[in-house]
Design a protein around this ligand. Structure first.
Ligand code: NAP
Length: 265
């Protein structure tokens, strides 16, 4: 039967990727006071350890860092076996880790494209595949996939990233009804530009972005909207209204958006 009341985070078991900075870190900081137990995945050991200490001080039931590259099957297996061993089930899987590159498609290479797809898409699909039996045994379980506005509208100089986030969106839509049969919800989050170090972590940068710096919203605000959406059982959110406006404009006037974009190619 479909659940309709609010989803509670109290004492829940949460597996969060990309927890060492930005949106993931803010999510962890806002989930911890609910007394949730968190397993945190990223490559940077020191920020993860420091975050784990902060989360315990904020009231997390536990905070366990798993240091590793999420594209490595061994890291995913280690995270899942730790969930199995410590909790026996999983209530919330948050696929948040992500990377990007800037530059024209012709100036980037196959390696960059494959790397971005590995982090932003395949790591999510394969971690989810491993997590499904644990989620099925979870309490009011949910998967949160952090996509992007660029998973709704392709932008020049971001082709690799757009491809990865379009793939994530299509896959999320396709599996949502499959998961519903198992009582697992799926929330797709499509942030617009957010104040994080994301743009300092680009794996390749060929020239400057033609639109310069975009107006960004704080990552704590994005995290707050994600938590509200988890509690309200939403299927999709667009945390930045400017990004949402672009998605709507593209839906109703795609030729106009094509014409605007062609100026930047
Ligand atoms: N910032 C924006 O404007 C924006 C807009 C739309 C969508 N998003 C999406 O929001 C999500 C979070 O990004 P953010 O803005 O918070 O950027 P961020 O501060 O750079 O955080 C990215 C996180 O992903 C982790 N990560 C990256 N590659 C990884 C790998 N191979 N294995 C494990 N962890 C990895 C990073 O940790 P380590 O480096 O320690 O591994 C870090 O914790 C991403 O999916 C991004 O696509 C961001």
């Amino acid at each position: 039967m479909m659940k309709t009341g609010p989803r509670f985070l109290k004492d829940r078991c949460v597996l969060l990727t990309g927890a060492s900075s930005g949106i993931g870190r803010d999510l962890a900081l806002q989930i911890a006071p609910h007394g949730a137990r968190l397993l945190l995945v990223a490559r940077s050991q020191q920020p993860l350890n420091q975050l784990a200490e902060e989360l315990l001080a904020l009231g997390a039931g536990s905070a366990i860092p798993i240091v590793g590259d999420i594209t490595d099957p061994a890291t995913r297996a280690a995270a899942i076996s730790r969930v199995q061993q410590d909790w026996g089930n999983l209530d919330l899987l948050i696929n948040n880790a992500g990377v990007s590159a800037h530059g024209r498609f012709a100036d980037n290479d196959e390696q960059t494209l494959r790397k971005i797809l590995e982090v932003n898409f395949f790591a999510c699909t394969e971690l989810t595949r491993l997590a499904l039996p644990l989620l099925t045994a979870g309490r009011d379980p949910m998967i949160v996939n952090v996509g992007s506005i660029l998973g709704h509208r392709g932008l020049p100089h971001n082709s690799e990233y757009c491809a990865s986030k379009f793939a994530l969106r299509g896959w999320s839509e396709a599996i949502r009804p499959e998961l519903a049969r198992k009582q697992i919800d799926l929330l797709l989050v499509s942030p617009g530009t957010t104040e994080t170090n994301f743009f300092d972590h680009l794996i390749s940068k060929q020239g400057n972005s033609p639109w310069g710096k975009q107006k960004a919203i704080p990552s704590a605000q994005v995290a707050q909207q994600i938590i509200r959406a988890i509690q309200k059982r939403r299927h999709e959110i667009y945390p930045n209204w400017r990004g949402h406006a672009l998605v709507l404009l593209n839906r109703f006037c795609p030729r106009l958006v094509d014409a605007i974009m062609s100026r930047y190619g």
